[in-house]
Unconditional design. Sequence first.
Length: 264
Amino acid sequence: MTEKRHYRTVWLSDIHLGYKDCKAEYLLDFLRHSRIDTLYLVGDIVDMWAMSKQFMWPKSHNQLFHRLISLASDGTKVIYLPGNHDEPAQKYDGMVFGEVEIHRQYIHTTADGKKLLLLHGDQFDQEVCFGKFHAWIGDKAYDLLLFINRWYNRARGWLGQPYWSLAGYIKGKVKGANEAIGRYRDIGCRTAKEMGMDGLVCGHIHHPEITRRQDILYCNTGDWIENCSALTENEQGKLSLVYWTQIQNQVQPLPRKANARRAA
């Protein structure tokens, strides 16, 4: 693939700019190779929680932030749905900043007429979580998991091997995590069904997935911490998950002029 791939719609969530495990370089590369009509930023784009504990804003994070903003002036419709890690932006629900719309939730109609409820997913936390103590245990365990994942992939890089999500693999083997993911999925589908939607697009739990439950299409965009995944829609309305670390080696550098016109 030497040309930019065209998407009718792209959903990105859980980028966590300002957090040490954000894979900004991978997302910048995905955007360089993509032409997007409508982009939904489905929450946790900037990790204000992490930055309140320890401020970090490396060059790649700054480049990605400005790239996402500039897409709106380059012909892409950009809609931002704040999550829990960028919660302060929720108070601007219904407003437009520059050319970026902000909504707490939104309804997207696919090319084949399906109506999808869009939201970050933190709205379901009280029904899914096991209490504050268990949530704290989960945060500490997740930090350890990402620490292991970070060094594991550094070692793979030294050996010339591509990125692979050890964190996602381990999480998939933990019974309690799978139970929470299942509850989250069921609650989301029930909410979409009660609203008369055909499906749901969310993020929040860093578990990319496209499946069907309760006659509802459930789509989770994943994240750019573990999985480097995006949900995409083509011109016919087909939804797919793109795992950029898996296909990055299949693409070739774009011609210099193309990069200059839509620089990252």
